[in-house]
Write a protein that binds this ligand. Structure first.
Ligand SMILES: [Zn+2]
Length: 199
């Protein structure tokens, strides 16, 4: 049986979302057909509203409904003078759920990947250095993923930050090698923060 063209189009659009394979795209598309008109309106409306209202914070580059974001505007964090560097906004969310970290963040927007042609100028390394030069930060915790791209990025950034005479640490034991911070649970991240090691 041929799938009608109008469904093919929806499946093709859904497949563009990250981590959605062909089977899942089909499943979601046919699920949407079964939804009521009001549910579909709410779904579309929530996406459009979020897209309009959410903006990138000019200090940490996380998405927020205000700029600077709530975290960067929180003056109680100043006394900690620690900055946690992550690859994505989702990683920031994972770490922000942990109760033993009260410092600031910086979202790189990816990781170095020479094989994919992603170099230092393609992620926010220059903006990170600028931030470190202008803010009173005594320690940078590098919380990039533990896969090869994350490790390459961590080593590269650590070298630069050390030249600024700022202490650099890397999240410690407990995080699975090759893993993604976004999917690590709170207890694991919390332990990794306590066990962070100087680079
Ligand atoms: Zn911010």
């Amino acid at each position: 049986m041929n799938i009608p063209q109008i469904m093919e189009r929806m499946i093709k659009m859904i497949k563009k979302l990250p981590a959605v394979g062909p089977k899942m795209a089909e499943r979601l598309a046919y699920h949407i057909l079964k939804m009521s008109q009001s549910e579909i309106d709410d779904l579309i409306n929530s996406m459009q509203m979020a897209r309009q209202i959410m903006k990138c914070c000019n200090i940490c580059y996380n998405f927020s409904d205000q700029n600077p974001c709530q975290i960067c505007s929180d003056i109680t964090r100043k006394k900690h003078s620690i900055l946690c560097v992550v690859e994505t906004p989702q990683d920031l969310i994972a770490i922000s759920k942990v109760k033993n970290y009260h410092g600031f963040y910086f979202v790189l927007g990816g990781a170095l990947s020479p094989l994919d042609g992603i170099g230092p100028e393609d992620i926010r390394i220059n903006k990170l250095i600028k931030r470190l030069k202008n803010a009173n930060i005594s320690e940078v915790i590098i919380a990039t993923d533990t896969d090869s791209k994350g490790e390459v990025t961590a080593t590269y950034i650590a070298k630069i930050i050390k030249k600024l005479n700022i202490k650099v640490t890397r999240l410690g034991y407990g995080l699975p090698v090759g893993g993604n911070i976004e999917y690590a649970d709170e207890v694991t991240i919390s332990r990794a923060i306590v066990g962070r090691q100087e680079m």
